[in-house]
Design a protein around this ligand. Structure first.
Ligand code: AMP
Length: 263
């Protein structure tokens, strides 16, 4: 597995790295890899000739500086997981590699990004879309979207939908491959944030998914979550080309958990 610290080597080698016609699978992440990320990597491995993983904790998508500070960065463990999943190349870009403009240039989406997580996390999706546009641009080795696939999890469905929209809006030569949410056996969606839950909160956390799935309407769902000890940020249903979904964000203690299901 090749490890590129910074992007210079990648920029020099990328066009000669793969044989003509080879397919690239790209998995952008912020590290602290778990089974959710591993599933994306394994799928990318199955569907392509080469797998590229990026790890970059993107500061522009954090609206809470403390959240950024607390974000785990277990790089050696991440590299081990990457090796086990058959990754060919890992990028570890630095801030200056991705933000030579000091974030003066941004991707601004004006509709979906203002809803759900965008309402309580102002600027979050501008940071996400901006960094993903930069990563897709830098990762590009071909102008043919059949040869380049980028993998994103439905755990962050709003993010996935916004990225799909950006790729369409700017005709980016990438196929976006969505992957279903990977869960603990008790239903809790895997997230690096789960490690911040106290044992008592961890015991309650699976209720989020159970209630989201089983409640007959949103009022009931809210009441059940509040009774279990959640502070609900939002609980809404939205329709997309792929179907209708129910979305939740809720705090347990100070940890904000999100989830969504198809209905
Ligand atoms: P992150 O490093 O948290 O930004 O996530 C990187 C990618 O992994 C994103 O596309 C996420 O949607 C995806 N991901 C994170 N957690 C899960 C999960 N539990 N199941 C599926 N995909 C996930």
């Amino acid at each position: 597995m090749i490890i590129d610290r910074g992007l210079q080597t990648w920029q020099r080698e990328k066009l000669s790295w793969l044989a003509p016609g080879a397919r690239l699978g790209f998995v952008p992440t912020m590290g602290a890899l778990h089974e959710g990320h591993a599933t994306l990597l394994r799928r990318a491995r199955q569907e392509n000739d080469a797998v590229l993983l990026s790890i970059f904790v993107n500061p522009t998508q954090f609206n809470d500086p403390r959240d950024l500070e607390l974000y785990p960065r277990p790089i050696e463990k991440d590299l081990q997981i990457a090796r086990e999943c058959g990754v060919d190349r890992v990028w570890l870009p630095e801030y200056q590699d991705l933000y030579p403009d000091e974030f003066h240039y941004r991707v601004d989406e004006s509709f979906l990004s203002t809803q759900l997580c965008g309402r309580t996390r102002p600027g979050h999706f501008t940071g996400v879309l901006s960094v993903v546009l930069k990563l897709l641009g830098l990762a590009q080795i071909s102008a043919d979207p059949e040869l380049q696939r980028a993998y994103f999890g439905e755990k962050d469905f709003q993010q996935l939908e916004l990225i799909r929209g950006m790729v369409r809006a700017f005709a980016l030569p990438w196929e976006i491959r969505p992957m279903p949410t990977v869960r603990e056996p008790d239903g809790l969606a895997l997230s690096s944030r789960n490690l911040r839950l106290s044992p008592a909160a961890r015991a309650v956390a699976p209720r989020l998914y159970q209630v989201l799935r089983s409640a007959t309407n949103l009022d009931r769902a809210r009441a059940e979550l509040e009774a279990a000890g959640f502070r609900v940020d939002y609980l809404e249903e939205h329709s997309f080309a792929s179907g209708r979904r129910r979305f939740v964000a809720a705090f347990l203690e100070e940890v904000r958990l999100i989830d969504n299901v198809e209905i």
